[in-house]
Design a protein around this ligand. Structure first.
Ligand code: ANZ
Ligand code: ZN
Length: 876
């Protein structure tokens, strides 16, 4: 009997070599079996993998291995999201070239990933910074351009003064650059845009069809897209002649979602960039100065929402659409955005907080017109807080008494029929908050935009046969700004159309572009002619299960959904939605530690002593007392990280994998603890010990089994059913619990058989069967251990290529049931009887109970009611 400890240092590399040699995880595109595509969000090559990666890839790997065992041809690839600022920062700080830095990081991270034993198809690996990848991205860009999905416009942009680049609105968080943390400024630049708004409606409505996406993510996307139904309303300008430069304007069109509040209108607000404001400013230096001033705030919504409300009275007056004698002032207002709706609003201060703040600042009327359901219409007033909800209309002439919904409809109907200069005053309109995606970045380490600017021809795409537009190698990083722009020759080219000297575009693409189609490229990364191959896309797409962090719930996923539609429109794929199933995993978190003087200390330098209320920490080397802080996401800044390399070196990959799967549901955070890791390690040793005990059982003799056989078979078959269902639903922590239970059942059966002296053939083979099943079930999670056990049990081949076990449904049926017994409706006892026990047996068992007999006493039993499988009632 082997009593040796399981040694992952020896077995893990050995099994990895065997899998690789047999090319077990290479996926052939012409495999006749049905395909299953599981993908984890690919990593940025920062240099080292962290526990978040370990968790993410383990989750995907369990599914990949399971689906393979279920007979699917599984596509499970890995690559690198390799462009981006950190490489340039490294170049600036350490003088290392971004390319070298990136490829060196990729090499070391690949070396860290391989020991995890992930069942990846490494033959499909690519990095997005490889010209063999980005040339195809340039091709897509040109195809999108020709399809009208890419355009250039001058726009106000968010400028990150530290990274010296433009940021998308999505990349501005609390008014700061998402990467640099610098306060964002506003600039006017000519930029390249993807026309994501063309698909706004589809991107919104198709969310309903994504049934295997978390509801939370769908809601976040829905809010981001921001569909609203409203009304365009035209207001006639009453005094254009009296205001300088207003002559060309006779009306202002606003977009409103609250036409019910029209009688609460107090003023009109137009954006600083509204054509009317621009024209008026040309004749009014004071207004021009005001506009220049408010431009300093960034373009991001949250910035504008937070900024103090400021306005400028243009002197213009417009007529209320329902009352030509009611005139409203027109302000240029800093909270009105040009790129939403029409860039103009009517303001109703009582029912919109921004309007209210503005009205209070400028002394404008505040008339409530919607009375909340719980307020008294006669006395309802608005103080500092607008009432934004629905209610009953007041102070609104013919709308009075209507609900908000009725009033919205009534106003829309009337204004659709009213005329101004021969056209309807009101038009219904659906609007989206979503804006087009600005992808120009003034950076070096990104995919070059394949466009050429010619004085005579304008913008000309690089001819497709000349792709890729390669990044030059000889660039400098000694000053901020775009190295491509200051390169002496790179941007100097001849115009492909007329041959005249022209200028290459020096902007590169936002790195979110790179990750917007990599999943499609994985289906055929060998195609040199085109970004995708129709048959491969058809075979593998959509991704059956995509797994990644919730931080990508909006941007990355929305861009990928847009790209898939744009690629369909340009003939590169034939589907709309890239990810049929989405799973967002929780984070790996850990306690934080500090010295008493407030310096962060790494977990590896801390020893925990005592437990419960007495639990305390000391520094391993100095013995000084350490303060235990809250549990937080592992981060370098708080030094509460645990290095996967160290864990794998000490315990092996299987222990790390088992632990990240075991402690909490995969969508929740998992707390990394030393005790947890120890527990995982002990379980792995236990499975190994049990395997060897079962493997060394002598062949059974022909005495009849003493009953242990059936119990252990039942436990194993039940575990198959339960683990199968739990894996299908990604409830891996429950699989872990099932497997703990099964190991206990096998151990129990071994002990019982030994005690009873039961060495029957039936029992021995039941134990062997149960142990083999245990090994098969655990294989997706701890694949190396499983191979070693499979070998020790003397089974054929590799468990990694063995079909998933089935189960015998008959063994899942409980053959005994518990029935409550009542006497005159009062519960007195429970009896355990065979599921198919007959009436007489049940009656006899019920009446044999002491507590039942006592309750009956001397009274004669009048009848016994038995509700089959449910209850027994004795009536006296
Ligand atoms: C009058 C009104 C009264 C409004 C009221 C709201 C409350 P959503 O739902 O997000 O589409 N709005 C329209 N265009 C704007 C712009 N360019 N800049 C700033 N605000 C703008 O928002 C629509 C509402 O936002 C519109 O409805 C408009 O104000 C404002 F009690 O019209 B509302
Ligand atoms: Zn030209």
């Amino acid at each position: 009997m082997t009593r040796e400890r399981y040694n992952p240092k020896e077995s893990e590399p050995r099994w990895q070599a065997v899998w690789e040699e047999k090319k077990l995880f290479s996926t052939a595109n012409d495999d006749p079996r049905p395909a299953y595509y599981v993908l984890e969000m690919f990593p940025y090559p920062s240099g080292r993998i962290h526990m978040g990666h370990v968790r993410n890839y383990t989750l995907g790997d369990v599914l990949a291995r399971y689906k393979r065992a279920r007979g699917f041809s599984v596509l499970h690839p890995m690559g690198w999201d390799a462009f981006g600022m950190p490489a340039e920062n490294a170049a600036m700080q350490n003088g290392v070239h971004p390319r070298e830095w990136t490829w060196a990081n990729i090499a070391s991270m690949r070396n860290q990933l391989k020991p995890m034993g992930l069942s990846l198809d490494w033959e499909r690996e690519f990095a997005t910074c490889d010209p063999e990848y980005y040339r195809h991205q340039q091709r897509l860009f040109i195809d999108f351009y020709n399809a009208g999905l890419v355009y250039r416009k001058t726009a106000k942009v968010n400028w990150d003064p530290v990274d010296q680049t433009v940021l998308a609105n999505e990349q501005v968080i609390d008014g700061r650059g998402w990467r640099s943390g610098a306060i964002v400024e506003q600039r006017e630049l000519t930029q390249w845009f993807f026309r994501i708004t063309q698909f706004a409606g589809e991107l919104d409505s198709a969310l309903d069809s994504l049934e295997r996406w978390p509801e939370k993510v769908r809601t976040m996307q829905r809010n981001w897209i921001g569909r609203s139904e409203g009304l365009m309303v035209r207001f006639a300008i009453a005094n254009a002649g009296a205001v300088a430069n207003a002559g060309a304007h006779s009306e202002i069109t606003v977009y409103t979602t609250r036409p019910d509040t029209l009688f609460g209108a107090s003023f009109i607000g137009v954006a600083a960039d509204h054509p009317l404001a621009r024209d008026l400013a040309a004749g009014n230096p004071e207004l021009a100065a005001f506009i220049a001033d408010i431009r300093k705030t960034g373009t991001a919504q949250e910035l504008i929402d937070k900024a103090e409300k400021r306005g400028f009275d243009t002197g213009l007056r417009v007529a209320h659409p329902f009352d030509p004698d009611w005139l409203l002032p027109v302000y240029v207002a800093n909270f009105v955005l040009m790129d939403y709706g029409t860039g103009a609003i009517f303001a109703c201060p009582a029912h919109d907080q921004r309007d209210l703040d503005f009205a209070r600042a400028y002394g404008l009327p505040v008339t409530p017109v919607v009375c909340p359901p719980d307020a008294d219409p006669a006395s309802f007033t608005v103080g500092d807080e607008a009432y934004a909800g629905d209610g009953r209309l007041i102070n609104s002439r013919f709308l009075d008494g209507m609900t908000s919904a009725e009033a919205r409809e009534e106003v829309a109907r009337r204004l659709e029929n009213a005329r101004l200069a021969g056209a309807p005053v009101g038009t219904r309109k659906v609007n989206y908050r979503l804006r087009d995606w600005g992808i120009s970045r003034q950076r070096y380490w990104g995919c070059p935009i394949p466009m050429i600017h010619c004085e005579a021809c304008g913008v000309v795409p690089v001819p497709v046969e000349q792709l890729p537009v390669l990044l030059p190698d000889d660039v400098t990083f000694d000053k901020p700004g775009n190295p491509l722009e200051r390169h002496p020759t790179w941007s100097k080219v001849d115009c492909p159309r007329c041959g005249a000297p022209a200028r290459r575009e020096t902007d590169t693409m936002d790195t979110f572009v790179d990750s917007s189609w990599y999943f499609a490229r994985f289906t055929d990364p060998w195609n040199r002619e085109a970004p995708t191959t129709a048959s491969a896309v058809a075979r593998f797409m959509p991704v059956d299960q995509y797994i990644g962090g919730i931080e990508h719930a909006i941007l990355h996923l929305l861009y990928a959904r847009f790209f898939t539609r744009a690629m369909k429109a340009t003939g590169h794929v034939s589907l709309d939605e890239p990810f049929a199933g989405l799973f967002t995993q929780g984070m790996v978190v850990h306690e934080t530690y500090k010295t008493t003087s407030g310096v962060w200390v790494e977990p590896r330098d801390v020893r925990i002593e005592g437990s419960g209320a007495d639990r305390r920490a000391v520094h391993v080397r100095t013995g000084e007392a350490i303060v235990i802080g809250p549990i937080e996401k592992m981060s370098k800044s708080k030094k509460n990280t645990v290095d996967p390399d160290e864990i794998i070196a000490a315990y092996g990959a299987d222990t790390a994998r088992w632990f990240v799967l075991s402690d909490s549901p995969p969508e929740r955070d998992v707390v990394w603890t030393d005790e947890g890791v120890q527990g995982a390690w002990r379980f792995i040793q236990k499975v190994w010990r049990l395997t060897n005990e079962v493997a060394s059982l002598p062949p059974g003799d022909d005495t009849p089994s003493k009953g242990a056989a059936k119990a252990v078979r039942k436990a194993a078959h039940k575990a198959v059913a339960a683990v199968t269902e739990d894996i299908e639903r990604l409830r891996f922590n429950r699989c872990v619990a099932q497997l703990y239970e099964l190991s206990n059942a096998i151990q129990g059966a071994m002990n019982a058989a030994a005690e009873a002296g039961d060495a029957s053939a039936e029992t021995v083979s039941a134990l062997r069967e149960a142990m083999s099943i245990m090994v098969q079930l655990i294989a997706p999670m701890t694949p190396h251990l499983a191979e070693s056990c499979w070998e020790a049990l003397g089974n054929e081949g590799l468990v990694a290529s063995t079909p998933w076990p089935g189960y015998d449904p008959a063994l899942l049926v409980e053959d005994e049931i518990v029935l409550p017994v009542q006497v005159n409706g009062k519960r007195r006892a429970d009896i355990t009887v065979a599921r198919d026990a007959d009436r007489a047996t049940i009656e006899q068992a019920a009446l044999a109970q002491d507590s039942v007999r006592r309750a009956i006493g001397d009274a004669p039993v009048r009848k016994i009611i038995i509700v089959p499988q449910r209850i027994v009632n004795v009536v006296v």
